[in-house]
Structures are given as structure tokens and as C-alpha cells.
Design a binder for this molecule. Structure first.
Ligand code: PMP
Ligand code: GLU
Length: 398
């Protein structure tokens, strides 16, 4: 059967595909260290699971309002206000089946075919394909490792055209762990305002920060920026709830209503039980979040130190999220990529076969010099995995 062009033009999610591959190898008895997928390795805190059990027992098992129950929207609004000082009404909030779904809905309703949308590279794997599904044009802007892979106002200005409509910012970043300061955002804000850009601020890692630096997004800087910004977040990362599929977006009410209309014709409401669990997550005790954060911080320090101990690798220290993105290009000379394969893809394949370590090639994030490691795995696996990488790299090209 001939499939539609729209699906043929996009690849499957590289991060999810790699996770499937690593799990398959594990099932075959291979001792894989999985630095691949970005998923907290903790259980969902028990008070959240209990709220879900209660929801089932109380029969909260029917359709809900398409864009989420009021109780959850109010809990989301409470956290936005409490944590970021941002005021949203329930009409400015949409709850979807994961943050990914909320983003997809937004792209479909705010971008017209042919609209150019700025995506700083390295970027999370799903932005360009999702934009393409919405017939928008992702305009990838490479950033520099010396600047911790953060986009500058000058780099942004250079790529603006009369068709530029939007920009996606993700801080703390997947895959680099870099975080924009208030000052860096203020510089971008000037360009955003001057050129009337719509901003998508993907804040999904906003609670996973290590060095006490304050979190900022563009919407927090000024009311005129808030009016043109969609803030994206979800429960997956903060509360170790990847499987529950609850994400949300906040922004101008008219666009949010349109995105909910799209949701009404595609998925309907997000899972009713998971929504009740979401209320418990957002309004309940936050100490489990603090405990996960302190473990991530320990691992961040540990993996950073271990990677820098490998000759030839360079990397900046992640300020947030649970990824590190070292530059492996010192080893590229010894690589022999197949036709159509990039260096980081070759190296990821070599390290999976030679060292049984799964990592995502930087090429998937638009930066081929690097590979991404997720440190959402145990201390012991980090020590074992990085040790194996070091040994396998020493053997490369022998
Ligand atoms: N944005 C970024 C940058 C991510 O890494 C993820 C993780 N998959 C998401 C959005 C969406 O996560 P989810 O759909 O699980 O809410
Ligand atoms: N965001 C995570 C990652 O980058 C989960 C997988 C996905 O949705 O892409 O690994």
C-alpha cells in the first residue's frame, strides 16, 4: 500500500526506537547499560499512585472535559503561579496525553503551511518531525559548544525571514542540560518582540535543576512576551510519570481553545484516572521531587567527572535535566561510517556492539559531534557503562 507523503517524510522517534532496541537486547540476555532513553528510573511516588487507585474505586472512569478536568487545570494554574509567578485562568490551559501531544496540538493550530519556525540545534528529536506534520518549516540554527549550545540573539537575527513565525526554546535542554539565564533570555526577547514571533517554551525539565540557579522562561519576563508564549510542561519528568501520559500547555485562550477543539476530534480527553493522579502530584507533598533531584545531582557530578576522565572527550556540565552531551569528535578519525551513516551514528552502533552501552547519536539532535547519555539510571550502571565506553574507545580503530 502506498502510504501518505506526510508520514513518509518523518523518521520514527530515535530516542524511543533506541530504547526498544536496548530493551530487546536485554530480553535476549545481553547486559546492556541503557543511557538511551530520557525517563526517570524512579517509581511514581506512592501518594500519586494511591490517588489513581482511589479514582478507579470511586468510578472516575468516564469521559472528562476534552481539555482536562477543572480540578487539574486549577492545580496546574496554582503551580504556575506559585513556582513561576505566572497567572493563568483555566481557559488558558489545555491538558493533553503527554507533553508531546500538547506540543503537537499546538503546532497544528498555530502554524500555517510554510511558516518558518526556529529550532536551535541541538534540539529534542521530536520538534522537526512534529513541525513537518503541521506543514511548517523547521529552521535549524546550529549553536556553539563554547556557548553551552545556547542560541544568541545575533544567531537568531541572522536566520529571520519574512516567513519566520515562531521559535522553540527548551531550557533546561534535552539533550545538553544547558539552561538559559534571565539575561540570555532578555536578549532573545528583544528579537522576539521586534519580529512578532510566537514562542514555544518547552519547560518540561524546569524542576530538574542542580546548582540553585533560578529558572526563567520568556513568558516570565514581561506581559507582552507572555501574550505570545505557549508554556509547555507535564508530569512525566518531575514526578516520574512517563507512562501516565499527562502533559499540558498554557497560553493565549483563543489558541488553547483551538488546540482543545483539535483534541476533541482526535484523542478526546486525557486518561481520567491519570488526571486525578495529576492533581495529587501537583498539589501533594513535593518531597519526592526533592529526593529525585538530589539523586540526579549526585549522578550528574559523577558522570561528568567520569566522562572527562576519558581522553579526548569534552563536555559542558549540565545545569538541569538528566542528560549529558559530550563531544566525541576526537575519535572520529578512527571511525568508518557506512554510506549514509554519520560519525555519531557509527560510534553509537560501535559502542552498543563492542561495549553493550546504549546512547543516542548526536545526529538525531542535529549535532553530529556529540552523543547523548541519559543519567536517569543507577549509580552502579553509570560507573559500569562509562568504564566500558572508556575501554571500547581505547580499542577503536585498532
Ligand atoms: N519535551 C522534551 C524536551 C522532552 O524531552 C520530552 C520527553 N519525551 C517531552 C517534551 C515530552 O514528554 P511527555 O510526552 O512524556 O510529556
Ligand atoms: N524525551 C525522552 C528522550 O528524549 C523520552 C523519549 C521521547 O519521548 O523522545 O529520551
Amino acid at each position: 500500500m502506498q502510504l501518505a507523503r506526510r508520514i513518509q517524510q518523518i523518521p520514527p522517534s530515535a530516542t524511543l526506537a533506541l530504547n526498544t532496541k536496548a530493551n530487546q537486547l536485554k530480553a535476549q540476555g545481553v547486559d546492556v547499560v541503557n543511557f538511551g532513553v530520557g525517563e526517570p528510573d524512579f517509581d511514581t511516588p506512592s501518594h500519586i499512585r494511591e490517588a489513581a487507585i482511589r479514582a478507579i474505586q470511586e468510578g472516575f472512569t468516564r469521559y472528562t472535559p476534552v481539555g482536562g478536568i477543572l480540578e487539574l487545570k486549577e492545580a496546574i494554574a496554582y503551580r504556575f503561579h506559585q513556582d513561576l509567578g505566572l497567572a493563568y485562568t483555566p481557559a488558558e490551559i489545555m491538558v493533553s496525553c503527554g507533553g508531546k501531544h500538547a506540543l503537537y496540538n499546538l503546532f497544528m493550530v498555530i502554524f500555517e503551511a510554510g511558516d518558518e519556525v526556529i529550532v536551535p540545534a541541538p534540539f529534542w528529536v521530536s520538534y522537526p518531525p512534529m513541525l513537518m506534520l503541521a506543514e511548517a518549516v523547521p529552521v535549524i540554527i546550529p549553536t556553539r559548544q563554547e556557548n553551552s549550545f545556547k542560541l544568541t540573539a545575533a544567531e537568531l537575527k541572522e536566520r529571520l525571514t519574512p516567513k519566520t513565525r515562531g521559535i522553540i526554546l527548551n531550557s533546561p535542554s534535552n539533550p545538553t542540560g544547558a539552561m538559559y539565564s534571565q539575561k540570555e533570555l532578555a536578549a532573545l526577547a528583544e528579537v522576539v518582540l521586534k519580529h512578532n514571533l510566537t514562542v514555544i517554551s518547552d519547560d518540561i525539565y524546569d524542576k530538574i535543576r542542580f546548582d540553585g540557579a533560578p529558572f526563567w522562561n520568556l513568558a516570565m519576563l514581561a506581559p507582552e512576551l507572555k501574550r505570545r508564549t505557549f508554556v509547555l510542561n507535564g508530569l512525566s519528568k518531575t514526578y516520574a510519570m512517563t507512562g501516565w501520559r499527562i502533559g499540558y500547555a498554557a497560553g493565549p485562550a483563543q489558541a488553547i481553545a483551538a488546540a482543545i477543539k483539535l483534541q476533541s476530534q482526535s484523542t478526546s480527553n486525557p486518561n481520567s484516572i491519570a488526571q486525578k493522579a495529576g492533581v495529587a502530584a501537583l498539589l501533594g507533598p513535593q518531597d519526592a521531587v526533592a529526593a529525585m533531584l538530589s539523586e540526579f545531582a549526585w549522578r550528574r557530578d559523577d558522570i561528568y567527572r567520569r566522562l572527562l576522565d576519558i581522553p579526548g572527550l569534552s563536555t559542558s556540565k549540565p545545569e538541569g535535566a538528566f542528560y549529558i552531551f559530550p563531544n566525541f569528535s576526537a575519535y572520529f578519525e578512527a571511525c568508518q561510517p557506512a554510506p549514509g551513516q554519520t560519525y555519531s551514528q557509527y560510534l553509537a552502533e560501535y559502542l552498543l556492539e563492542e561495549a553493550q552501552v546504549a546512547m543516542v547519536p548526536g545526529a538525531e539532535f542535529g549535532e553530529d559531534h556529540c552523543l547523548r547519555l541519559s543519567f536517569a539510571t543507577s549509580r552502579e550502571r553509570i560507573a559500569t557503562g562509562v568504564g566500558r565506553i572508556k575501554e571500547a574507545l581505547a580499542k577503536l580503530g585498532e
